[in-house]
Design a protein around this ligand. Sequence first.
Ligand SMILES: *Cc1c(COP(=O)(O)O)cnc(C)c1O
Ligand code: SF4
Length: 450
Amino acid sequence: MLRSITQYRPVTAKKLTELRYWDNLSVDYRKTFLVASEVLPFRVNEYVLENFIDWSAPEDDPMFRLLFPQEGMLTRSQFARIEAAQNATSTDLREAVRVTREELNPHPAGQMTDNIPTLGEDILDGIQHKYAETALFFPSAGQTCHAYCSFCFRWPQFVGEPAWKIQAREAAQAVSYLRCHQEITDILITGGDPLIMNSKNLRRYVEPFLAVESLKTIRFGSKAVTYWPHRFLAGEDAADLLSLFEEIVASGKSLAFMAHLTHSRELEPPEVKAAINAIRATGATIRTQAPLLKHVNDDPVVWAKLWTDCSALGIYPYYMFVERDTGPSGYFRVPLWRAHEIYSSAISRVSGLSRTARGPVMSSHPGKVVIDGIVEVHGQRALSLRFLQAREPTFVGRVFLAEFDETASWLDDLRPLGGGEFFFEARGKPTEPAAPQWTAPERIMGGVHA
Ligand SMILES: *Cc1c(COP(=O)(O)O)cnc(C)c1O
Ligand code: SF4
């Protein structure tokens, strides 16, 4: 019998060792945990511990692997370095942790330098504008989550290294930017998880956007539906959140809730279903996206069930992502050919209504690239790839071929079929038409729009 939990109680690494769950973990795992959680951000809450993990065999449980650091997320030498430093001084430990984090590629795909826009002389904090029509907004009060996913590419935001944070203290600058950039129809409020904020704070960030006429859609990127469904159900703050959603819809804009759902099991608890119904009742739409992760959801049956159950609940399947090359990505990596196989197999098991899911998609430096298939060209195997989204808008929809490579798990691992370079890599040559209107100055964009 599950304990019913309606109070949000976070559980840190230190706290975990004091709870009864700790006793269900093997001696080996406890050692892994105590070392890895020095480097990787760890935070769960009582609700997820109670509802998503099978405590009779936690170490084989996919949700456990999603929420808890695992052996293999650090290399052997990183593990040894931290372990040695744990027995040394606290200064040594801090330094060992810092060095190890640096090795984990904290900001892949040029996030820190390439997509940060400017307004006049000001460099804007907390906004990323990579694709013409959609800007990302990172409110400073929304930089944590109700629980952390062990793979998460936003992890530098959680570990208290200020130089790695991207965040905005208020919406005013973003609003001015939107007014100057009428091509932006969508603002995606993200984090962390913006719903970690109380509704009053969230309202303070969101309401100014409602007056921007060129903006058509407000999106929230969040995992709160499953990591803390009572966010939408319990008490005054939940009621205030739902009325904010209603207000957004009433303003004439669309409210698109981007729910991060990693495993079909996340939809099982009745309070998750109730949260979904409550969000939809405000007039919001819900879409779902998640990365494909080895050891967690690298199984077409899991995706097919997830998408079918989503459709039954009125959620539109949106993206299956390829795990980014950051943090402990080695542990979760799935080769691109295999990712394509899992996607195709999953899609073939669902009705047309669930085939709105696109994937597997790499959110890479030049844009979002989908692996469409494995083809044979004059007797040579190749991956067929296509841009779904691109920093350079004329690249959208372009198909290109890469040599089949059994081990490649990211765009950078691929070589063009027939040699040379990919069209989007061309440097110093006249590339596709001139830079799009919205391009930020060269010094910010790093010259990608040559
Ligand atoms: C994925 C993404 C978006 C949104 O793209 P859509 O295809 O419109 O969902 C916007 N900005 C960045 C940086 C992204 O990675
Ligand atoms: S909920 Fe989202 S932002 Fe938070 S840790 Fe998970 S993937 Fe990252």
